[in-house]
Design a protein around this ligand. Structure first.
Ligand code: HEM
Length: 415
């Protein structure tokens, strides 16, 4: 039996929080191995990266998700009892509910709502001295996704809900006040979403057929029972929160255009090139560092023993930057996606494997569509200046963003 290299520290949690996105990759390079063990949150954990590792990790015969995500992540980012922690038939039925919302027409509709919000906002930006894309784009996404999901949202509520959704996204790997803000935001958000579900069920709030709010309120689990109010709230937030999180990728797209201005013209001229650019933004920039699972039943892989119940982390960022998969991974090169043959285990910013059969992100198509719309707005609908500011992206802060949030001035419409 081959020994899995082990981190020497008694517990590596602090090192993980300090190293950030490079934690797994640095150790893989140190040990010359895409697998090693460390104690994280006081528990022995196997860390993996790379294509073969992703293929293993996304085999539902090998792993379960129940109890995989640390409590602090559930109390902020995901909520308790949602699709992320389900296995087997319960997961299949819940995931099918999410995927039923992702028809090509529905995805395009959300993209259109977002583009309309963006266009309608440009005149206000024209008369402002400066705007900061994060959180400004988030507000546009909150308006768009609420309209799309059948969620009523008064104009005066937009800032508050955007701030809450942002706090949930920002807090899972944080300590102190940032973490606390996430927990409070989740509590408030679940109360709000739970009320909406109850009103739809009581017939006092009409929600369009096929909208996320209506589908979730009327969903029945694998045993034919409606979702409890709290779980339905968690699942509604599982649509709203990550859609607003696409603002981070939109900001990274703005940064990539700023750093590689030659692509402005290219992406405007071709939908294919725009898609390649979007894929490279998703690959290159940091978002979720890892995904977590537990070994279903003991097995051997490549001579290594995986004992039942052991927590396993797949390095998403490290797989997207693996030199065996992505030549010169630290260069931003959208052309690497020209003629790319989709590989569900190579590009994994939103998880890998199948959307219906496993835990791959339900919102990947929405993400790509919204990013394309953001790109079209940044290159086609407006001109703007990027004044001197701190655009550094820390790989230690999770999740990351350009430090300044991406400040733009002198906005004027072009279309
Ligand atoms: C900012 C863009 C996004 C990123 C970076 C992202 C990333 C991820 C990741 C890493 C996972 C976990 C994969 C795993 O557990 O193995 C995930 C799962 C999920 N995402 Fe996303 N996501 C994004 C956007 C969205 C959107 C727009 C939606 C819905 C509208 C969405 C809904 C979900 C759901 C429901 C799951 C749980 C799937 C399951 O457990 O079966 N995500 N996402």
């Amino acid at each position: 039996m081959a020994t899995i290299p082990s981190d020497r520290l008694p517990d590596s949690t602090v090192a993980f929080l300090r190293s950030g996105y490079r934690f797994v990759g640095e150790r893989c390079e140190r040990y010359g191995s895409d697998i090693f063990q460390a104690r994280l949150l006081l528990e022995r954990t196997i860390c993996l990266r790379g294509r073969e590792a992703a293929e293993l990790f996304y085999n539902p015969e090998r792993f379960v998700r129940a109890g995989a995500l640390p409590r602090r992540g559930q109390r902020t980012l995901t909520g308790v009892g949602g699709v992320q922690g389900l296995d087997g038939a319960a997961h299949r039925v819940r995931k099918a509910m999410f995927m039923s919302l992702m028809t090509p027409t529905a995805v395009r509709h959300l993209g259109q709502l977002f583009a309309d919000e963006w266009r309608a906002r440009i005149p206000t930006w024209e008369s402002a001295d400066r705007i900061v894309l994060y959180p400004e784009v988030g507000r546009l996404l909150t308006r768009a996704v609420c309209a799309w999901a059948g969620v009523p949202l008064a104009e005066r509520e937009v800032d508050r809900r955007t701030t809450e959704l942002h706090a949930m996204i920002d807090s899972a790997a944080a300590l102190g006040p940032r973490h606390l803000r996430g927990r409070l935001a989740r509590r408030a958000g679940e109360r709000w979403a739970g009320d909406l579900v109850e009103r739809v069920r009581a017939g006092t709030l009409p929600a369009p057929e096929g909208s996320a709010l209506r589908v979730i309120a009327e969903h029945h689990d694998e045993q034919g029972r409606p979702l409890p109010r709290r779980i339905a709230a968690v699942e509604l937030l599982n649509v709203l929160r990550p859609t607003v999180a696409v603002d981070r990728f939109a900001v990274f797209a703005a940064l990539a255009l700023h750093d590689h201005p030659a692509w402005r013209q290219e992406v405007r001229g071709s939908d294919d090139v725009a898609e390649q650019f979007v894929q490279e933004v998703r690959r290159y920039y940091p978002f979720f560092p890892v995904a977590a699972a537990r070994v279903r039943r003991s097995f051997e892989w490549r001579g290594h023993h995986f004992p039942q119940g052991r927590r396993v982390l797949l390095d998403l960022y490290g797989t997207d930057h693996h030199p065996a998969l992505w030549p010169e991974p630290e260069l931003f090169r959208p052309e690497r996606f020209a003629g790319w043959r989709e590989d569900p285990f190579a590009l994994v910013p939103q998880g890998g494997g199948g959307h219906l059969t496993g835990h791959r992100c339900a919102g990947e198509w929405i993400t790509i569509e919204l990013m394309k719309q953001a790109l079209a707005m940044l290159t086609g609908a407006m001109r703007y200046d990027v004044p001197p500011q701190d655009l550094s992206v820390s790989l230690r802060r999770m999740p990351s963003l350009p430090a300044s949030g991406f400040l733009v001035t002198g906005v004027r419409r072009t279309a």
